[in-house]
Design a protein around this ligand. Structure first.
Ligand SMILES: Nc1ncnc2c1ncn2[C@@H]1O[C@H](COP(=O)(O)OP(=O)(O)O)[C@@H](O)[C@H]1O
Ligand SMILES: [Mg+2]
Length: 495
């Protein structure tokens, strides 16, 4: 059982808060949890559903005609004893229902006299205005490893009763399998595990891959998040020393958040990387996840306004919820300014999504580290730049001479050429004003030229390519100067 949710609920019921809202699509789990808390407090537990009405757990019967939500709520409003009342799948249908809303208020008010509360669940988003202010919001954390472990044991037991199931996982492998379920609901996990076992009548190490694969599909189903395979490491990023040091310092916190919390340290919120295009912002975002050994989710804002995908705002909220469920995780939002550009002619949708995002940044639950990048400070809504939104704002500038040498070295070596065969100092000197990505392009173009003419790649070939390139810093010099000036005092220099 998730300990903190238990504790929160117990406290709310004892302090007679009256109304509690749990936004979740796992209502069965919420129900089990609530029953458990009611037991601990020694108060009766009631559940309402539209098909069965309002019934007390250990009794067969339900209140007369209480399938009607009005009747059921009236009953609660008049109750004269302690009780926890779980109303399922009702939260979403309250919008615009003034009568129901006022009955919920009456019921909540009545329960303030007793231990217990009226608990609404559902995945319908926010409660309507007046109730929103009245209710305490409790979030149901994802199932724990122990819950997944029990689920797995039950599935194996059930399937074994019907067919032969060969279990070959070692305890270690089983633990890894279970850990990889994190972020799923119990129902999703059950489907995935059952399918994996039935396919070959066995539970073995190979099922870990199947679980990871299935989980990727669940995450990507929404169309806004992409499970990003991590290949880049910080060793492949030249310089950006301040940024690397900042990240290295937080690695221990990220890898053992529980112990860090006891020590008084929160999970880091995120970083914003701003600066000159082609200088390693996106590259670093990818490298963070591999440094910290966390999964990387990429948020793709281009689908956000796709009318075929549907309601932008609720899609956005669902994507953020999905990211929370995957925690601990790195959430990468590339080119933030494109997703949240100020202005636009979409009837304020992007403004509302921006609002949702800022609120989420503030209130989010779960260990989600956000790495956002931006190339264009001008079109980035200023709200992002306010202190405290991100743990830190880094400004990424053009590489200096030494770094350019390093970038040449990295990209030559990556393509199987020994950097020692080249005069890197001279090349770096020639490439003054080049970004990392332009240096990479120089290496690639020179390779093409050399290969097609049957020559080998040498310093001259690279130098010729440099001479033929007009770097962005020339055409964009004013813009870059403005960015530098802006960053002065507002951001930490990454390099
Ligand atoms: N500091 C760097 N070290 C190594 N390669 C770099 C560096 N900066 C840029 N590059 C190369 O240029 C490419 C593009 O850089 P990217 O990180 O996408 O730039 P941006 O800052 O615009 O996000 C990278 O994939 C990498 O190959
Ligand atoms: Mg980029």
């Amino acid at each position: 059982m998730p300990k903190d949710a238990l504790h929160d609920l117990e406290l709310l019921f004892r302090s007679r808060h009256g109304l509690v809202y749990i936004e979740t699509d796992e209502e069965d789990r919420a129900n089990t949890l609530l029953a458990h808390v009611a037991d601990r407090l020694g108060v009766p537990f009631f559940t309402w559903t539209r098909s069965k009405g309002l019934g007390r757990r250990d009794l067969e019967t339900s209140v007369y005609e209480s399938e009607e939500p009005q009747k059921a709520l009236q009953h609660v409003a008049l109750a004269q004893q302690d009780g926890v009342y779980h109303f399922r799948s009702i939260a979403g249908s309250l919008v615009g229902q003034d009568l129901l809303i006022s009955l919920v208020r009456d019921a909540a008010k009545n329960l303030k006299k007793f231990t217990g509360a009226l608990v609404l669940t559902g995945d319908g988003g926010e409660l309507p205005g007046p109730l929103g202010e009245l209710a305490a919001y409790v979030s149901l954390p994802g199932p724990s490893d122990a819950e997944f472990g029990q689920l797995l044991a039950r599935i194996v037991r059930d399937l074994s009763a019907r067919q032969s199931v060969k279990v070959t996982v070692t305890p270690d492998e089983q633990a890894r399998l279970v850990r990889n379920l994190s972020g799923l609901t119990l129902m999703e996990a059950e489907k995935i595990l059952t399918k994996a076992i039935i396919e070959d009548g066995a539970l073995g190490a190979h099922d870990i891959e199947k679980v990871i694969d299935a989980k990727r599909k669940v995450v990507e189903r929404e169309g806004l998040l992409e499970y990003y395979p991590v290949e880049t490491t910080m060793a492949g990023v030249a310089d950006l020393a301040t940024l690397k040091a900042w990240l290295a310092k937080r690695k221990a916190v990220v890898q053992d958040p529980d112990r860090a919390a006891e020590f008084g340290l929160d999970f880091p919120r995120g970083v914003l990387l701003l600066g000159v295009p082609g200088c390693g912002k996106s590259l670093s975002a990818k490298a963070v996840a591999s440094e910290w050994e966390l999964p990387l989710l990429k948020f793709d804002p281009s689908n956000l306004y796709n009318k075929y995908i549907g309601e932008s705002e609720s899609n956005f909220k669902r994507a953020m919820k999905a990211a929370e469920r995957m925690a601990p995780v790195v959430l990468w939002i590339d080119e933030l300014e494109k997703a949240f550009a100020s202005g636009g002619e979409d009837g304020g949708v992007s403004k509302r999504i921006l609002g949702s995002f800022l609120t989420w940044m503030q209130d989010r639950r779960g260990d989600v580290f956000v790495v956002a990048t931006a190339n264009d400070i001008q079109s980035l809504p200023p709200e992002f730049l306010r202190k405290g939104r991100f743990g830190e704002i880094f400004f990424v500038d053009l590489p200096d001479g030494e770094t350019r040498t390093e970038v040449f070295r990295i990209h030559l070596a990556a393509r199987g050429h020994d950097p020692a065969d080249f005069d890197l100092l001279r090349l770096a000197e020639h490439a003054t004003g080049f970004s990392g990505s332009e240096i990479e392009e120089v290496v690639v173009s020179a390779l093409y030229t050399a290969f097609s003419s049957g020559a080998s790649l040498d310093t001259e070939a690279l130098a010729a390519e440099i001479a033929a390139t007009k770097p962005l810093s020339v055409t964009m010099s004013e813009k870059i100067a403005a960015m530098r000036q802006w960053a002065e005092g507002r951001a930490v220099r990454a390099n």
